[in-house]
Design a binder for this molecule. Structure first.
Ligand code: FAD
Length: 483
């Protein structure tokens, strides 16, 4: 990760003029999971050091093959790219879009424009790191330089906060203490003006309308929307975050920020989110910043243990059922037909919005892995198929945390979906909202519809529980004792 090149004094800001001998220095900025203009270290460095900048996004089939090509994320991505292009145009630039192998496309564009430097954000995944290495080698073979900027997708780059004698923290709280003590960098302003060479040509940008199979309630993507949400969240809801973040029925949208998809695509800078929350202060801000730290925590685990995207972080703890009955249970869980209203409501929210409340993620994941004793990988795959914020580090490592194969210090904790519903959805509004077939039931009956009898039970077209909770718990304990 080379230091950025020294800034040169800028003499002019002209739009779309051909590179001339007076403005010879050209830099490519490769956008990846950092689709914004505010607090964007690679864009800022390129703007400060070069006379003209080529903002580039490459739609790479290898990213799809790595599991990215889910409709909700492709639609959200399309919104983000359109918004980024608008922001660049407002500053005199534009986004150049290409399809193909990222390394080949970046090298081609660098050659076409005569760019001698390329700026990119360093990514935490094995995929991003392998791509960066290939890109560096290819550019250097061509006599060009790659600058990979840390601290774009996280507040603290993986590896920068580490315990003595070990590469990463395996427990959140000590990590958080060190993380919170570290002085945070100040967010960078967006460049006011950009100069882009007329070449290279751009492929058309994708549009959300062109993506089939998108969830009807998926939020709009893009940096403009992210910044609007952040402003409104900080001013209207942050103060109540500590008390309200677990309340499941959050129709007004004040309980949690719903910023996760914007953070995932880098439409919002985590450094800026932390900075602005801290500037407001208070218990809500502290709790929110602590939650943002989980992203960094998981990124540093994944950077140190890239295999944890698929393999158990702590091997030997997972005991999973298989066979016909297990497959039937998995199908019922995916469809939101397990017979437990809180679990089913969460799964239906996921299908409808491409997002699920964190409390519901915890309960649905615990139910799959501990009550049904099904492999966390099957659950994580389904979440990745639907979540707009679906993220290798956060998804896989949160799944492992719940499944007991990851970093949770209490791996045998099993969440009871009825007690969780009574606590976090006391009047049953969340269950009724997502399960229209139970809309006529008040709490407490809506949390346990199987207790109804006779005609009352027959009035509700809703399945009986896949397994009684006591039996599920006994099965979990027996399997783990045997293991
Ligand atoms: P807020 O409560 O407003 O929190 C603010 C931000 O902090 C979030 O936007 C998110 O970026 C971060 N954050 C909060 N909790 C966590 C956490 N436990 N781990 C990591 N970051 C966190 N989050 C994802 O971003 N992508 C995923 O793919 C993902 N998969 C998950 C799978 C499971 C099984 C579980 C239990 C959790 C998962 N989470 C994931 C974490 C969390 O549920 C979401 O980040 C959160 O629900 C997003 O809603 P929000 O933006 O309103 O969160």
């Amino acid at each position: 990760h080379a230091a950025p090149p020294p800034a040169r004094k800028r003499t002019a800001t002209v739009t779309d003029t051909a590179p001339s001998p007076a403005f010879p220095r050209i830099a490519v900025v490769l956008f990846t999971a950092d689709l914004r203009v505010h607090d964007h270290p690679p864009l800022r460095a390129a703007h400060d050091s070069a006379d003209a900048v080529v903002p580039l996004f490459v739609r790479d089939p290898a990213v799809d093959r790595a599991g990215f090509a889910a409709p909700n994320r492709l639609a959200f991505l399309a919104d983000c790219l359109a918004d980024l292009d608008r922001s660049l145009r407002e500053r005199g630039g534009r986004l150049v879009m290409r399809s193909g192998d990222t390394v080949a496309e970046v090298c081609r564009i660098a050659r076409q424009t005569g760019a001698d430097e390329v700026h990119v954000s360093a990514g935490p995944t094995a995929f991003a790191r392998a791509r960066e290495l290939r890109l560096r080698r290819a550019l250097e073979a061509d006599g060009r330089r790659l600058y990979a900027h840390d601290g774009v997708g996280s507040v603290v780059p993986p590896g920068e906060v580490a315990p003595q004698g070990s590469g990463h923290y395996a427990v959140f709280t000590p990590y958080f203490r060190r993380w919170a003590d570290r002085p945070a960098r100040t967010p960078l302003a967006a460049p006011r003006a950009l100069r882009v060479p007329p070449e290279p040509r751009s492929d058309p940008l994708p549009s959300r309308a062109g993506v089939p199979g998108v969830s009807a309630g998926l939020a709009a993507g893009g940096e403009t929307e992210a910044r609007r949400r952040l402003r409104s969240w900080l001013s209207r809801s942050l103060d109540a975050y500590e008390e309200r973040h677990d309340v499941l029925d959050d129709r007004a949208g004040h309980g949690t920020s719903r910023l996760s998809p914007y953070l995932h695509f880098g439409a919002l800078s985590p450094v800026e989110a932390v900075h602005r929350a801290r500037a407001r202060g208070g218990a809500g801000a502290e709790a929110f910043v602590r939650q943002l730290c989980w992203r960094d925590f998981h990124q540093q685990v994944l950077a140190a243990r890239p295999d944890a995207a698929r393999a158990d972080y702590r091997p030997g703890r997972g005991v999973w059922r298989s066979g016909r009955e297990a497959e039937r249970d998995l199908r019922a869980w995916r469809a939101g037909r397990t017979g437990y209203p809180l679990v089913d409501a969460g799964m239906r929210q996921l299908a409808h919005e491409g997002w699920m409340h964190n409390r519901a993620r915890l309960v649905t994941a615990s139910f799959l892995t501990k009550t049904l004793l099904l492999d966390w990988r099957d659950g994580a795959r389904h979440f990745l198929d639907l979540l707009a914020d679906g993220d290798v580090a956060n998804n896989q490592l949160n799944w492992q945390w719940v499944a007991g194969t990851g970093t949770d210090t209490r791996p045998n904790r099993v969440l009871n979906p009825v007690r969780q519903a009574q606590r976090y959805d006391p009047d049953g509004a969340y269950a009724r909202r997502w399960l229209p077939e139970l809309a006529g039931l008040a709490a407490p009956a809506v949390h346990e519809p199987w207790r109804l009898t006779g005609l009352d039970r027959a009035a509700y077209d809703y399945p009986d529980p896949l397994v009684p909770l006591a039996d599920g718990l006994a099965r979990f304990r027996a399997a783990h004792d045997a293991a």
